[in-house]
Design a protein around this ligand. Sequence first.
Ligand SMILES: [Zn+2]
Ligand SMILES: [Zn+2]
Length: 158
Amino acid sequence: MRIDLKELRAYPGRPVRSEEQEVLDDLVWCDEPLPLVGAVRVIASAFYDEKRVFLTLNVSGTCVRRCSRCVLEFEEDFEREELLELELDDPSAPYIEIRPWIAAEVRLAVSPRPLCRDDCRGLCAGCGADLNVEEHREGCVEDSPPHDPRLEKLRELL
Ligand SMILES: [Zn+2]
Ligand SMILES: [Zn+2]
């Protein structure tokens, strides 16, 4: 997505709003690919002042995540808005390409620890069972109740 600088320079301080769909198909976040469902909806409002562009960027969309507890894939909706101050390397350039900032906002918008649902019970560290759909497998150490020394003593007496 491009912001037309000629228009902004002509009226310093006056915001120009634009809206576009940006396709980001190669996004990576913390070594995890971030496949987007459809395009990112971008609303940009920008004004020019003393060789800088003040850009209010709103991004929203949907991406495919993997649950951090049970590894199930699910779709996460995201939205984020931020005011950015962009220093222009070349103040006479006809436009700026804001794709890198859009990508950065999407990375910040998605959850750092995605969960398929708030109460996801996840995979058992002991037996690998998916606790959302099954019980612990036989002999799982995580399943046995905590060791109680008083019961041991009682058994000795009996
Ligand atoms: Zn989950
Ligand atoms: Zn288990």
